[in-house]
Ligand binder design. Structure first.
Ligand code: MRU
Length: 368
C-alpha cells in the first residue's frame, strides 16, 4: 500500500541486510514512525507490546525474530529459546505458531553455519506468501461485492461493515478483510466502509480508518455499539471481518465484539463473511468455542483511553473509577453457524469441517 505516495509494507529487512523494520502501530494515527528490530528480545517485545499486531503480521514478525536469534547464535538451544520466547508473546493468533513451525522446519536439519541464511530466506518467503494469499483473497471476495453493486441503483454505494483492523497493517500488505474492499474500490465499484472503533484498543479508529483514508476508500467510523442499529435499518450490505484462528468446525476467533456483529447480522439477514489466509486455520482444534485460548490483557486498556489532546500531546486518561474491577478479553468466538462464508486464497467456502478439509486437504491431512 502507499503511504504519502510511497509503496510500503508493514515489515521489511533494512538496508544493512539483517535488522528488521516495522511500522510502529502504537503511534498511529497521530504519527507515522517506524521501528528497527535488532534482536530476538526486540522482536518479541514488538509483538507483545503490539508495536505490530494482526495475526498474519505477528507470524511474519515472529519469523524474522527467529532470524535475529539465529544470526547471533545458530545453536539448537538458541532455536528452541527463540521458539519458546516468541510463542509466549500472544496466545490466540495461530499464525504465530504456524510461522514458528515453518521456520523450525526450514533450519533444524541444516548445519549451523547455514541456519541464519536459511532462516532469512524462509522469513522472506513467508512474507511474500502472505502478500500473494491476500491478493487471492481479494480476487475471491470481489465477486461478493460486485454482485451487491450490480443490484444497486445508479449512484448507490455498497456498504461494508468491518471490525478491528484486518487491513494491510495487520498483514504484510493488502490485508485480509480489506483485500476485496481495496480491489473493489480500485475497480471503480462505489464502496463505503463502516469501521467499528473496536474498544478497548481502538484498532478500527486508529488503524482501519487511517489506512482506508490513505487509500482513498470512503469510510465512516462508528462506535462499536452502532452496528446493530445500522443493520436493522438496511444500511449495511455485508460484513467482512478477519480472523486470528479458525477451528476445524468453522468457528471463527477474532477481535472481541466480532460475535455480537455476527448475531446482529444474522438477525437482520446481512451476509457475514470472514476473510482469512490458510495459516489462520488451526487443524488441531476441533471446536473453536471450547478450545481456542482467549488472550486476556491488562485492565488499563479498558479503564483508560489514549489520544491526542488539542495541544497535540498524546495523553492517556482514566475513564473508570479508581479501583474499579476490569476484565479484558481480547478475542471472542463466532460460531460457524453465524458465518455466511470464509473468503480464503482458494475461494469462498463454507464454515465447516468438510469445506475446510476439502479446500486445504494437505494441511487437514497432516493434523489428523
Ligand atoms: O489484537 P490484534 O490487534 O492483533 O487483533 C487483530 C484482529 O483481531 C484482526 O481482526 C485479525 O488479526 C485479523 S488480521 C488480518
Amino acid at each position: 500500500m502507499k503511504v504519502d505516495g510511497k509503496a510500503m509494507r508493514t515489515i521489511w529487512v533494512e538496508p544493512d541486510n539483517w535488522s528488521v523494520g516495522v511500522i510502529d502501530q502504537t503511534a498511529l494515527p497521530h504519527r507515522f514512525v517506524t521501528a528497527r528490530l535488532a534482536s530476538l528480545a526486540e522482536a518479541a517485545h514488538a509483538i507483545s507490546a503490539m508495536v505490530i499486531r494482526g495475526a498474519p503480521l505477528i507470524g511474519a514478525t515472529a519469523a524474522y525474530g527467529v532470524c535475529l536469534a539465529l544470526r547471533e547464535d545458530p545453536s539448537d538451544e538458541s532455536l528452541d529459546r527463540a521458539y519458546a520466547t516468541l510463542l509466549a508473546t500472544r496466545p490466540t493468533a495461530i499464525n504465530l505458531k504456524w510461522a514458528l513451525d515453518e521456520m523450525t522446519a526450514a533450519v533444524r536439519n541444516r548445519p549451523r553455519a547455514e541456519r541464519a541464511a536459511a532462516a532469512y530466506r524462509r522469513a522472506a518467503e513467508i512474507s511474500e506468501e502472505d502478500v500473494a494469499i491476500n491478493a487471492a483473497i481479494g480476487r475471491n471476495g470481489l465477486p461478493l461485492i460486485a454482485a451487491i453493486a450490480a443490484r444497486k441503483k445508479a449512484g448507490e454505494r455498497v456498504n461494508v461493515l468491518t471490525h478491528c483492523n484486518a487491513g494491510w497493517l495487520a498483514t504484510v500488505d493488502i490485508g485480509t478483510a480489506t483485500a476485496p474492499i481495496y480491489l473493489a474500490h480500485d475497480n471503480g465499484i462505489p464502496i463505503h466502509v463502516f469501521a467499528d472503533e473496536t474498544r478497548p484498543r481502538n484498532q478500527g479508529a486508529s488503524l482501519t480508518a487511517w489506512e482506508l483514508g490513505r487509500h482513498g476508500v470512503p469510510h465512516t467510523l462508528i462506535a462499536d455499539n452502532t452496528g446493530g442499529h445500522l443493520m436493522q435499518h438496511g444500511l449495511v450490505d455485508l460484513v467482512i471481518v478477519g480472523a486470528d484462528r479458525v477451528a476445524m468446525n468453522g468457528d471463527v476467533c477474532n477481535k472481541i465484539g466480532t460475535y455480537l456483529k455476527a448475531l446482529a447480522a444474522r438477525d437482520n439477514s446481512v451476509p457475514f463473511y470472514v476473510a482469512l489466509p490458510s495459516p489462520t486455520i488451526d487443524f488441531t482444534v476441533a471446536d473453536g468455542v471450547a478450545e481456542i485460548p482467549i488472550e486476556e490483557r491488562g485492565a488499563a486498556e479498558v479503564a483508560t483511553m489514549t489520544g491526542r489532546a488539542s495541544d497535540g500531546r498524546i495523553e492517556t486518561v482514566r475513564i473508570a473509577p479508581d479501583g474499579c474491577a476490569v476484565v479484558n478479553y481480547a478475542f471472542d468466538i463466532t460460531p460457524a453457524r453465524l458465518v455466511t462464508g470464509l473468503i480464503t486464497e482458494r475461494g469462498v467456502i463454507g464454515a465447516s469441517r468438510a469445506a475446510l478439509a476439502g479446500a486445504f486437504p494437505e494441511r487437514a491431512g497432516t493434523a489428523e
